[in-house]
Design a protein around this ligand. Structure first.
Ligand code: RUG
Length: 800
């Protein structure tokens, strides 16, 4: 039985104090929040350790089929609250600490965000890490232990400045356990010759290779109140003692250490590209070598490895898993090619997260050959076999579009599709677009591989942890069953028209808005009226996500208020939180514009607090936990067809925000869940967007010249309305008018403005608004990542 079942307040207090003595040689009353956090986290690890070990042993003993989720990003945020909640000891620990004068929230604040990801892709991976043990599935993560996570964003004079995020303390990360005895060697560079053997087989002989030591750091992933503990394994690089002479200078050593230094090194240069390619191979090779070795210990035939092992390629970054498994099976375990291929394709599966062609990785074949020469040979062979298989059976154009090597480039999505048995999109519309458009040639070859798995969220974090007051209210209204069965939120449907309940939910929202307003006051000195609509857009900054459309609407409101000093509007606070990729010039210009516009508006007393704009610096998981519960309006306004799914849309919905959305990604499924009256849809749908693509008839200049109101808004970027943005304003104006507005902001503008006006009216009727908000909460349970991952586990990996 799990240790946590026997815990009492007294025992926790005693253990906690002991831990402080042991780690820091101090008494509780002299400890800092940091020290207390570390002591508590270590204690949690001790409590969980037996279950963690038992889980691992059971998998070996019972030879359970296991899935490995390979991802170059994981974005867990903080872990203390999630771990306590999942262990079922949150309240007990909170009370125990209170008894000795300690506020659990101070310890929570002391933990640093683990930001080993950029955005939705990494956060989804972490939601899955929470859900896999929760549904009792043996599913482990495999990634990289970056020394620096995603950059820390500072805003200086309105500009984004990127600082390194040193998330690891000098002692490492308290949740991880270094396992040097499980380290493996990874070989890169050099030459590989295929030497014929007496048997007639070819054996690779390596020359001048560089050997890296991959050292795993394991992190427990705790299931929700079920004693199941899985593992997230992150790899770090070291220089192997045996090969020390290969790295004689400090510069040589630094180059090696850099392999796990930063998430997504700048790949604008060849050096940056090499580093990224090495990262990808390093993670894949280390993971697979370990997985195959542990399978080998079972004593089962290598050609049947797919019966016990599933490997998931999360986006294309881990696509080298396909040739690397082939290498291990053919070179090290001497399987013949066809047997190795048959099992490899049944082991591998792939998720596509975008249709944007620039995000579908392609590698220069020359660079590939230089860094991973044996993998290059194997990819060449896979490509040859692929062409041979389909030659004469389908049109040559289909083969030309789908083969892995094209124009001296290696297409990683093609490799992932050809080398696996499943390809999934992340929302219904996205999967449809993959099938009908982006991957239609592949669909012709392998229709059976395609399937949809709409994303989901780890609802415990986004409700119980992020929104304790709403959670308490839900307990009061529908009982606490929803905490373990999120579908029970549907019980709230019975109270949608109950004015007392509506008022209770309104008050919870206002309290959460106050919490966010206090944070903004503390960090930026801005006073925010909490009776205003809190309108939020938080996500990576990208042109297709159209933060700029939101900005254009704000400019319009500003112009309206300036034109008519007596105008009364429903007060609004617009919040933005967004990081721009360091090399993404346009996105950085949008950040500058938002900040200057915010300065202009927030300092204009004549607007009488009817309009405020806040850019929240350094948007991350912890900030999301503060912002999302405080939102009235969730902005999901991407150009239809471009956002694969989105996941913040689900988190906002769960916290009772109304979604203002295009029919894109999972917004469509949210609309289906709540009904058209409880979401605000605007703009072109995917068919309208695609019609422009086929007809080539979009003309933003025409719209600009024929709509004076819109023209005035667009001109505000260049006519001096927004101070200090001469350069950025022109860049944006050009994108919208000279370069024909790639993401159709101008076409969608009027409808967006109209729907925003509708929202302003609607908010005046608190009861109706609250009823719609509650409808959203009630129907959010269907977006739990527990259910999403169960579908992966059953339908793709076969592990349940
Ligand atoms: O942009 C997508 C989101 O729409 C999606 O919700 C998320 C998880 O599936 O993945 C995001 N994404 C896509 N992040 N990186 C990519 C392209 O590599």
């Amino acid at each position: 039985m799990a240790i946590v079942m026997q815990l009492t307040k007294e025992k926790i207090i005693q253990d906690f104090k002991m831990q402080l003595h042991e780690d820091f040689m101090i008494q509780n009353d002299e400890a800092t929040a940091d020290e207390r956090f570390i002591a508590l986290a270590k204690l949690v690890k001790c409590y969980v350790m037996p279950d963690w070990l038992r889980g691992r042993d059971e998998i070996v003993k019972e030879q359970k089929k296991t899935a490995y989720y390979f991802s170059i990003e994981f974005l867990p945020g903080k872990m203390l609250q999630t771990n306590l909640l999942n262990l079922g000891i949150y309240d007990l620990v909170q009370e125990a600490l209170r008894e000795i004068g300690v506020d659990l929230m101070d310890l929570v604040d002391a933990e640093r965000d683990m930001a080993l990801g950029n955005g939705g892709l990494g956060r989804l991976a972490s939601c899955f890490m929470d859900s896999l043990p929760t549904i009792g599935a043996p599913g482990f993560g495999n990634g990289i232990r970056y020394k620096y996570g995603l950059f820390k964003q500072k805003i200086v004079n309105g500009y984004q400045v990127e600082l390194p995020d040193a998330w690891l303390s000098s002692d490492g990360n308290v949740w991880e356990t270094k396992k040097p005895h499980s380290a493996v060697d990874v070989k890169i560079y050099g030459n590989v010759y295929l030497v014929p053997q007496e048997s007639g087989d070819l054996k690779p002989v390596y020359e001048n290779v560089k050997t890296l030591r991959a050292v795993p750091y394991d992190m427990m992933q705790i299931g929700f109140k079920n004693d199941v503990v899985n593992n997230l394994r992150l790899w770090d690089v070291e220089i192997p003692e045996k090969y020390e002479l290969d790295y004689p200078t400090l510069a040589d050593r630094r180059r090696i250490e850099d392999i796990t230094s930063v998430l997504y090194p700048d790949d604008a240069t060849r050096e940056g590209q090499s580093l990224r390619l090495i990262q990808e191979y390093f993670m894949v090779s280390a993971g697979l070598q370990t997985i195959v070795a542990s399978y080998a210990k079972m004593g089962l035939p290598m050609a049947k490895i797919h019966e016990k092992i599933a490997v998931h390629i999360n986006d294309t970054h881990p696509a080298m898993a396909v040739p690397e498994l082939m290498r291990i099976l053919v070179d090290e375990y001497e399987l013949d090619w066809d047997d190795a291929w048959a099992t490899t394709t049944q082991v591998m599966s792939y998720t596509n997260h975008t249709i944007l062609s620039e995000a579908l990785e392609k590698w220069d074949a020359g660079l590939f050959k230089e860094i991973v020469p044996r993998i290059h040979q194997i990819v060449g062979e896979i490509d040859r076999q692929f062409v041979k298989t389909w030659a004469g059976k389908v049109d040559t154009a289909v083969i030309d579009h789908t083969r892995i090597i094209q124009n001296n480039q290696i297409h990683m999505a093609n490799l992932s599709i050809i080398g696996g048995h499943s390809v999934n999109g992340v929302a219904k519309l996205h999967t449809e677009l993959l099938i009908e458009d982006v991957l239609k040639d592949f669909y012709l070859l392998y229709p059976e591989k395609f399937n949809n798995k709409t994303n989901g969220i780890a609802q415990r974090r986004w409700s119980q942890i992020a929104n304790p007051s709403m959670s308490a209210l839900l307990d009061k209204q529908i009982g606490d069953g929803w905490r373990s069965n999120i579908h029970e939120l549907l019980k709230l449907e019975d109270f949608l028209e109950d004015a007392t309940v509506q008022l209770d939910f309104y008050q919870v929202k206002q309290a959460n808005k106050q919490r966010l307003a206090d944070y903004v006051k503390k960090t930026q000195g801005i006073d925010l009226p909490i009776h205003a609509i809190f309108d939020v857009q938080v996500k990576r900054l990208h042109a297709y996500k159209r933060q700029l459309l939101n900005v254009m609407h704000i400019i319009k409101l500003y112009q309206d208020l300036k034109d008519n000093a007596a105008l009364e509007i429903t007060p609004r606070v617009f919040f933005f939180g967004a990081k721009a990729a360091p090399g993404y010039h346009f996105a950085k210009s949008v950040i500058k514009i938002i900040n200057e516009l915010a300065n202009l508006i927030n300092n204009d007393a004549r607007l009488r607090d009817q309009l405020k704009v806040v850019f929240l610096e350094n948007y991350n998981v912890s900030l999301a936990e503060l912002i999302i519960p405080a939102a009235d309006v969730s902005e999901q306004i991407s150009t239809a067809g471009k956002e694969a799914s989105g996941t913040s849309n689900m988190k906002f919905m769960m916290n009772g925000a109304l979604t203002l959305a295009t029919l894109d990604g999972a917004n469509i499924e949210i609309k289906d869940a709540v009904g058209e009256d409880n979401i605000v849809i605007f703009g072109m749908d995917k068919d309208a967007v695609y019609a422009h693509y086929t007809r080539h008839d979009y003309n933003s200049r025409y719209i600009y010249e024929t709509n004076p109101r819109l023209k005035r808004v667009v001109d505000a970027f260049i006519d001096g309305t927004i101070p200090n943005t001469h350069y950025e304003g022109h860049e944006i104006w050009d994108a919208l008018i000279s370069y024909n507005d790639e993401y159709f902001l101008l076409e969608d503008f009027e409808d967006y403005v109209a729907k925003q006006a509708y929202i302003s009216e609607l908010y005046k009727d608190k009861n109706t608004w609250q009823s719609k908000a509650m409808k959203n909460i009630a129907n959010s349970g269907r977006f739990t990542s527990d259910d999403t991952i169960e579908l992966y586990a059953r339908e793709i990996w076969g592990i349940l």
